[in-house]
Structure formats: C-alpha cells, structure tokens
Design a protein around this ligand. Structure first.
Ligand code: GTP
Ligand code: MG
Length: 273
C-alpha cells in the first residue's frame, strides 16, 4: 500500500493586533517606537499631538502579525483625545524615564486612566503590558533603579525591560518578547497565559519592599507607631524577616530591604529599654 503523502502544513493565519503607548510626556514613547520601526533617533523633543498612528508588520515564530500602533500623547492636555483609544487593545507599552521619579510614580495613574476608560466590563487582565525603563543611557542621575522598576512591573505580571531609544539598547529584545507574549495571548483565546504566575514572589513581598524603600524612618520601616514597645518592634521585625529573608524571597530588591529591616530594628532596640 502507498504510504500517505505527507500532509502539507497549513500556514497559520496572520494576526492583527492593537498596541498603545502610555506614560508621561517626554519619557520617550515616540522615540522607542521610532527606534524600532525606523531605526533612528531624534534628539529634539517633538511632543505628540493627541495620537500618532502607524502600522507595522512583524514576524513572530511562524506568524506574521500586523501591528496597529497608537502612540499616545503623555501630556494631560490630550486626555480628551486619547481616552477613546484604550479599548480593544492587546498590548501596552508603559514607559517611564529612569531619571524622573515622577514619571515612575505616575505609572499607577496611567493604569487607572485606562481602567476607567475601559469601564466596568473592560478587562485589563487580558492585555500584555511591557514596562520600559527608558533613557538608561542618560548621564543624568538615575532616580529609579532597576530593582524598583522590575519589582513594580513583575509584581503585576508585567514584562520589564531597560531601554534606550537613543542607543537602541533593549529595544529589539523588548519588542520581540512583547509581540511574542501577544501572540501567546491570542493563541490562548485572548487570555493572558499564566498571568502573574511563575515570577517566584508574592504581591505581599513586593508591597513590603516598596513600603520599606519609601519609609521615612526606622519606625515607619518596621510598620510600627513611633514609641512602640520592644515587643512590638520585635514582632514586626520577625514578620518582615520571614517575608523577606533572602533564602525565601527572590523579589528584586529583597536583599537590601531585608538588610534595612535588620538595621532599623537594631537602631530602635538600642534606644529602647
Ligand atoms: P509625548 O509625545 O509628549 O508624550 O512624549 P514622548 O514620551 O513621546 O517623548 P519623545 O519620544 O518625544 O521623547 C522626549 C525627549 O526625550 C526627546 O527629546 C528625545 O530625544 C528624548 N529621548 C527619548 N528617548 C531617549 C533615550 O532613550 N535616551 C535619551 N537620552 N533621550 C531620549
Ligand atoms: Mg510622543
């Protein structure tokens, strides 16, 4: 009997996806997109007016994807223009400037704006977010270090990349991983696969590290009221030590946070009888 002729592999259907950029004005959203699509960098700041739209085709594994990119203006003035572009989005480039703490602190409000515009039935869970810590080339003093940015991103199940639109550092890797995750999302029926899983640390650990970093003194660091007793200090310390012990916690920045907690306890106990 004749063996069956080999089945011809059907080319997989090409995909069409929508991607938007978010982040404060001047953090480099347009330059990141330009660096990837046009391989060039413009050093003069040309603020995006409302929205810039572009289409690009990329090959991810055996798939061709057609990406519609909506590059948003970061300035609050353009809120009215950008608010209608949030819906039906598969991927978000969430950008901040590593030299601007304010742009990093604003990331939460960008998520809030998107959530509000998507309304009660919108689902942010099924969107791929990539956080770009941009301008890593800049000689300017860095005000947000890698572990802080990575922690913010990964504790939310977001991708994280250090990028420079100026030198091109991290840009191709970032887009490649980002688009690949979007393809996985589409192949998974529009649901983010393993969202939040597999990062190896919990939201509670991430929140504790962030709180410790931002604490104003040793009391605050341990999460006790000024003037707390020796027992209260020790209890708070033990709880944080279990949560953040380097043998147990792999969250970025956990080692420094653990050391800070040990030092805070020592300093407080010295002055407590
Ligand atoms: P809006 O459109 O106003 O929201 O700003 P944007 O986020 O699109 O910023 P844009 O890409 O226009 O860049 C703002 C400024 O930062 C420009 O002067 C860029 O040249 C500069 N810039 C962008 N990316 C980088 C970078 O990676 N490194 C350095 N050193 N400068 C950058
Ligand atoms: Mg722009």
């Amino acid at each position: 009997m004749e063996p069956n002729p080999p089945k011809r592999k059907e080319p997989r259907k090409s995909l069409r996806v929508k991607v938007i950029s978010m982040g404060n004005a001047e953090v480099g959203k347009s330059c990141i997109i330009k660096r990837y699509c046009e391989k060039r960098f413009v050093s003069k700041y040309l603020a995006t007016i409302g929205i810039d739209y572009g289409v690009t085709k990329v090959q991810i594994r055996d798939r061709e994807i057609k990406v519609n990119i909506f590059d948003m203006a970061g300035h609050p003035f353009f809120y009215e223009v950008r608010n209608e572009f949030y819906k039906d989005t598969q991927g978000v480039l969430l950008v901040y400037d590593v030299g601007s703490k304010e742009s990093f602190d604003s990331l939460d409000s960008w998520l809030a704006e998107m959530k509000q515009e998507l309304g009660p039935h919108g689902n942010m869970e099924n969107v791929v977010f990539v956080v770009c810590a941009n301008k890593v080339d800049s000689g300017k003093l860095r005000s947000v270090d890698e572990s802080e940015g990575r922690l913010w991103a990964e504790s939310r199940g977001f991708l994280y990349f250090e990028t420079s639109a100026q030198t091109g550092e991290g840009i191709s890797e970032m887009f490649q991983t980002f688009y690949s995750a979007i393809v996985d999302l589409c192949d998974n029926g529009g649901k983010r696969p393993n969202s939040g899983a597999g990062i190896g640390f919990t939201r509670e650990q991430a929140d504790a590290i962030r709180r410790i970093r931002n604490s104003k003194d040793s009391w605050d660091m341990l999460g006790v009221k000024p003037g707390a007793t020796r027992d209260e200090v020790n209890k708070a310390y033990r709880k944080l030590a279990v949560l953040l012990h380097p043998d147990k916690c792999v969250a970025p920045g956990s080692e420094d946070a653990f050391k800070a907690v040990v030092n805070a306890r020592t300093a407080l106990l010295k002055n407590l009888k």
